[in-house]
Design a protein around this ligand. Structure first.
Ligand SMILES: *Cc1c(COP(=O)(O)O)cnc(C)c1O
Length: 565
């Protein structure tokens, strides 16, 4: 499609496109990549815009003491991206900062293409500081972040214009990092149309998706910093009631106040957002994952046989109920074999015991941070030991990075690694190094149970359990985010605790841990070891009911009809 036929620009601070490109930190970037992949499948006229992190997010190395070390990722950009000759610029603190773009071409299942541009300031014309803006994803201080957001938001709009994208009708902001694009659109419209109704015109262009249920997760910058970085061109006069509070510019409110359509990423999260952002209409579109990307090879072969065309018609995955349980089990065992081989051959921090393919395997992998509670399973060690003694065979695989500045998150990793050694005689626990999309695919397809224990209501959506569902791996999760919609007890997986427990936090913690042990001991482990056929039936329902729904094809269809149309 020619650039001037593209209608939707999708802006995201991080976009995950393929293994080897360290252009994402976690769930937000995976969602962006999966969204653009589905756009290519569905031939939706969309273009993606992001920032180039030349030195990556980071590579995680876990020391013998269980402490996370961070290393730069040196990747060869030219191996993945094509340099575009066009240049544009932004003004930062009075300096002209030249921006170039690198293009990635995503091909959809039907051969249609979607381009993604990564903006880069590493050019000899720029100062050392300005060049460094293309180094790290979520690195540096708040001043560094603001300058990056100028490049992404303002630079992104200008670059699209230079590249001939002059018929864009929607600007989709995947989280608030690109909100400054609103100021640039306002400027451009003012120059073109004078002052009248420019705000309404820009509002009509913007779509905003919010991703965090806690106010602390929102980017805010002191107005003095905004004035010195942006200069007099962009005045914040009159913004006090809308998006500037306590002398700070709030990027979330900048987007809220200037978007025609706003949504949260799961029903519960949208409901919370409506309370947080009283006065704004917040709709709901539940996240998904790209089905063909996240389904393991052995499961894909089975789907091809029973539901040909499923990659481009994810709803047909409901037909998984026609697949014999023995075939599901065979395909799963071969995905499990790949995972266990990886674990046994990788350098991890667990005890020197090998894992095996016959043992019930629990997976837990995601960003390590306090609210995700990776240690909930270890609340009552004696109880856990008893469960292990009763069933004899149980192994657990952990993985996940902590943000470099999240000390608590790093302590949690260290705690789990320490417990792995301590419980060595009872249970085999490993913590795999450097969680990334390749490892995520191995884990979400090769485990027997996908565990998720966020503290409600802090998980906006979560997507790794959706990847697991596509692979016939049921979830055991606290009732939060997407699982409130995806859990049919005993049919697609199992819930921890009950959704309506609104006790004080410590009580809730203990109750949820108790419920976790009960489900494992009384329902899940007996089912797996004694009623194998029934366990596989749950796996089959995870594919048919959740794989067919929690995908980016269904999600993007909703964006098209609710937000873009
Ligand atoms: C899917 C994915 C995530 C998100 O996992 P959640 O459980 O939804 O938090 C994070 N990191 C990687 C590498 C992933 O593939």
């Amino acid at each position: 499609m020619a650039n001037n036929n593209i209608r939707i620009a999708y802006f995201s601070m991080e976009i995950s496109l393929q293994s080897g490109m360290p252009t994402y930190a976690g769930g937000l970037g995976i969602l962006a990549g999966d969204t653009l992949r589905s756009a290519a499948d569905m031939n939706i006229p969309m273009v993606g815009v992001s920032l180039l992190p030349r030195r990556g997010y980071f590579r995680q190395q876990l020391g013998h003491d269980g402490w996370q070390q961070e290393a730069h990722v040196d990747w060869i950009i030219e191996d993945y991206l094509e340099e575009i000759e066009s240049r544009t610029s932004v003004n930062i603190e009075g300096r002209t900062v030249i921006i170039r773009a690198w293009k990635y071409c995503l091909s959809g299942g039907g051969g249609d293409k979607v381009f993604v541009y990564f903006l880069d300031t590493n050019l000899p014309e720029n100062s050392a500081f300005d060049r460094s803006l293309a180094d790290f994803l979520y690195g540096g201080d708040s001043h560094y972040r603001l300058c990056q957001e100028v490049v992404l938001g303002i630079g992104g709009v200008r670059m699209l214009k230079v590249l001939g994208y002059n018929q864009l009708q929607r600007f989709h902001l995947n989280e608030g990092h690109a909100s400054l694009l609103i100021l640039e659109l306002l400027e451009q419209k003012r120059k073109l149309d004078g002052d009248a109704q420019v705000e309404q015109m820009v509002r009509d262009l913007c779509v905003f998706t919010t991703h965090t249920p806690v106010p602390a997760g929102h980017d805010q910058f002191p107005l003095s910093m905004i004035a010195s970085v942006l200069g007099p061109e962009y005045s914040m006069a009159g913004c006090e009631d809308h998006f500037c509070f306590n002398n700070k510019l709030n990027m979330t409110y900048l987007a809220l106040a200037n978007s025609r359509y706003i949504n949260g990423v799961a029903k519960k999260h949208s409901q919370l957002s409506r309370q947080m952002y009283a006065g704004y209409r917040v709709d709901s579109i539940t996240n998904g994952v790209h089905a063909a990307t996240w389904t393991s090879q052995p499961m894909q072969r089975l789907f091809d046989e029973y539901m040909p065309g499923w990659q481009m018609d994810n709803l047909s995955l409901r037909g998984a109920l026609n697949i014999p349980t023995s075939s599901i089990q065979q395909a799963h065992q071969s995905a499990k074999k790949a995972l266990i081989e990886y674990v046994n051959n990788s350098s991890h921090t667990g005890p020197d015991k090998k894992m095996d393919e016959e043992t019930f395997t629990i997976g837990f992998a995601r960003r390590s941070t306090v609210y995700k509670r990776p240690d909930l399973l270890f609340t009552d060690i004696d109880r856990l030991k008893k469960i292990c003694a009763k069933f004899v065979r149980l192994q657990i695989i952990f993985s996940g990075k902590a943000h470099p500045q999240d000390r608590e998150g790093k302590l949690l990793i260290q705690k789990i690694i320490g417990l792995g050694h301590k419980l060595n005689r009872h249970i085999n626990i490993v913590y795999l190094n450097n969680y990334d999309i390749a490892l995520a695919k191995l884990l979400t397809s090769g485990c027997d149970l996908w565990l998720n224990t966020p503290q409600p209501p802090l998980e906006a959506s979560g997507t790794s359990g959706m990847k697991a569902a596509l692979n016939g791996v049921p979830s055991l999760s606290t009732m939060d985010g997407w699982w409130l919609e995806g859990c049919i007890e005993g049919v697609t997986g199992w819930g921890i605790g009950v959704p309506s427990t609104l006790q004080n936090a410590p009580t809730q913690y203990l109750q949820e841990a108790g419920s976790l042990y009960d489900k494992l001991e009384q329902i899940i482990l007996p089912l797996y070891y004694q009623d194998q056929e029934d366990y596989v039936d749950v796996m089959r329902h995870a594919i048919a009911l959740n794989g067919s729904y929690f995908n980016t094809e269904r999600m993007l269809n909703q964006y098209v009809t609710k937000a873009y149309y």
